[in-house]
Design a protein around this ligand. Structure first.
Ligand SMILES: Cc1cc2nc3c(=O)[nH]c(=O)nc-3n(C[C@H](O)[C@H](O)[C@H](O)COP(=O)(O)O)c2cc1C
Length: 183
């Protein structure tokens, strides 16, 4: 069992990293955590539409290695802080390259949801109704394109003032996500 966790925070010891490590510690099998922050070596999607007719991306850069990791993973987890109600731009620029998976709709070879996925999001502001909606929608859509069924969304608001150690409710949700991914 291989789980690939893609993270998007520039803060290497921040809250996203803390929640990610907590989940990773509870997952069975092989776990790889890969940061997509500030990947200047990866070109943003050009909408060249090569993937409308080919099951691959025309841009030959280190994203090709990430496609390989995504294809090999049994489970995929996205983890990020919310920036203005969505995921950080630097992570989004990389994840826009997942267009090659979305384009299965055009090619007519969309996969079934034959693997599992999960979502972790952190927000600095006190918890509110739509705090995570944009980011959840983005990640859920991407998991669907990757053929991964979302097994749980764990959010933690209020991170400007508290951390995971003060949030047994968030720890419980991470435990539950781990158990669904392990099950
Ligand atoms: C550019 C920027 C935009 C942000 N926008 C939001 C927001 O819309 N909602 C929110 O709750 N927090 C927002 N925050 C706060 C971050 O989500 C918060 O600092 C979070 O803990 C960062 O996660 P990290 O410690 O993993 O980096 C923003 C922070 C930055 C730097």
């Amino acid at each position: 069992m291989k789980t690939l966790i893609l993270t998007g925070s520039p803060r290497k010891k921040g809250h996203t990293a803390e929640l990610t490590a907590y989940l990773a510690d509870r997952l069975e099998g092989e776990v790889e955590i890969l940061s997509l922050d500030n990947r200047k070596d990866i070109t943003p999607c050009r909408d060249c539409r090569y993937c409308f007719t080919h099951k691959s991306c025309s841009i030959q850069d280190p994203m090709q290695e990430i496609y390989h990791k995504l294809d090999e993973a049994d489970q995929i987890v996205f983890a990020a802080p919310v920036y203005f109600y969505n995921i950080p731009g630097s992570m989004k620029a990389v994840l826009d390259r997942l267009q090659v998976y979305w384009a299965a709709v055009v090619r007519g070879d969309r996969p079934s949801e034959n693997r599992k996925g999960g979502i972790i999001l952190v927000g600095g502001a006190p918890e509110s109704v739509h705090q995570f909606s944009g980011a959840v929608q983005t990640f859920q859509y991407m998991l669907g394109d990757l053929g991964a069924k979302c097994e749980g969304v764990v959010t933690m608001g209020g991170s400007d003032r508290t951390g995971l150690c003060d949030r047994p409710d968030v720890q419980k949700k991470l435990d539950e996500l781990a158990s669904r991914l392990n099950g």
